[in-house]
Design a protein around this ligand. Structure first.
Ligand SMILES: [Zn+2]
Length: 387
């Protein structure tokens, strides 16, 4: 084991992860003040110049930079400080903000997603600063990944860039080089209300929306002809349907909320074009069909080439620490990698401790051993890339 890795002390990793879990930072509503202050203190303590930058009022991200030479190699470590809310408290056996330890795991909201990852990045930064590192390491602890991603976007727009970026989302220490995008759509189907004893005088919006559901299902079948080698097929899901007032009223309104997951290579324009085609087809076949939609949320997919030096170095470092080469895989959810790749043109990977199965779940936990290993992996990657 390289000498520098001996500086990564398990007890320190445990203490820091627990401290981070104990600071609630739920989003919504979006409350990253306390955790940002805490991270700033940690960085200052280890001698890293640090700034707090807000993308809007009281929505702070923390940035710390270790820089010996602006002209040499550069790398970003990026992690989000917000978590999803606790959710149904009655489903938790462990208190969500006590960070209890049991069976080598730390329990609590955000343990896997992604306070374990933040702890690993902070511990790696400390090891690197103690031994000295060449180049420029930018540490970003950003607000608001769980809702919009404005934290990371804001730092990019302020000009914080590097040759490579690592996003510490939970991947069970696997190097992940692609992730899906997501688009949420609200369809509004309009009809004409009437007395249910004379339904022929109205237009039933629920029945029209049902046609729309079935046609969207056909679209889902067509989508499954496409395939990304790491992420599989694009998908579409009708998740919500709302409409109707009473059994004796022909409903004049029905709403659908649909989620479309995109694979790298697909664009928003294409995805919307498919939806337009569905609506046109229904309208052409039935003049009383009246529907439109709005995009509620969109986050694009992104991908880094397998041949990127970042991917190669990261896989070597994972192998050195864990003894296994897991190859390069895909991250099924969305994450802030899209900003680095699509807007910043920065080759990026997702690599962190913890599991996506734990993320957002009741009794979320992280394996302590994985946080220690992640800190070691981050340290090695920085050493290799920044020299
Ligand atoms: Zn996350």
């Amino acid at each position: 084991m390289p000498d520098i890795l001996r500086r990564i002390n398990t007890n320190k990793v445990i203490d820091l992860t627990r401290e981070l879990v104990r600071i609630p930072s739920e989003n919504p509503p979006g409350n990253e003040n306390k955790i940002s202050e805490f991270i700033k203190e940690q960085l200052t303590k280890i001698g890293i110049p640090t700034k707090i930058l807000e993308f809007s009022k009281r929505r702070p991200s923390v940035i710390g930079i270790i820089s010996n030479d602006n002209k040499s190699k550069s790398l970003i470590f990026n992690g989000h400080t917000d978590t999803v809310p606790v959710g149904d408290y009655s489903l938790w056996k462990h208190e969500p903000y006590e960070a209890n330890i049991e069976g080598g795991r730390i329990y609590g909201r955000g343990a896997s997603d992604m306070k374990g990852g933040l702890a690993a990045m902070l511990i790696a930064a400390e090891a690197l600063i103690e031994t000295g590192v060449n180049g420029r390491l930018v540490l970003e602890f950003v607000a608001d990944e769980e809702v919009t991603g404005y934290g990371t976007k804001d730092l990019l727009e302020r000009g914080y860039k590097a040759e490579y970026a690592i996003i510490g989302e939970p991947t069970e220490l696997k190097v992940q080089i692609a992730h899906k995008g997501v688009m949420n759509l609200r369809f509004i189907v309009k009809g004409k209300s009437a007395h249910a004893s004379m339904p022929q005088t109205g237009v039933n919006a629920i029945c029209k929306a049902s046609k729309l559901c079935l046609t969207l299902q056909d679209l889902q079948t067509q989508l499954s002809n496409q395939r990304h080698p790491l992420l599989g097929e694009p998908t579409l899901n009708v998740g919500v349907i709302k409409g109707g007032v009473k059994s004796n009223v022909v409903p004049d309104y029905c709403e659908l909320i649909v989620e479309r997951r995109l694979i790298p290579g697909e664009t928003k324009t294409q995805a919307l074009h498919e939806v337009d085609k569905v609506l046109n087809k229904l309208h052409n076949g039935d003049p009383s069909f009246n529907a439109n939609y709005e995009v509620l949320h969109y986050a694009e997919p992104s991908e880094t080439p397998l041949e990127s030096s970042l991917v190669k170095v990261a896989r070597e470092c994972v192998k050195e620490v864990t003894g296994s080469d897991f190859g390069a895989s895909g991250f099924p959810a969305t994450c802030d990698m899209r900003f680095f790749v699509n807007q910043g043109r920065i080759p990026s990977i997702i690599l962190g401790p913890g599991s996506l199965h734990q993320a957002h779940a009741a009794d979320e936990y992280i394996e302590i051993d994985q946080v220690v290993k992640a800190a070691q992996i981050y340290t090695l990657i920085a050493l290799k890339l920044l020299t």
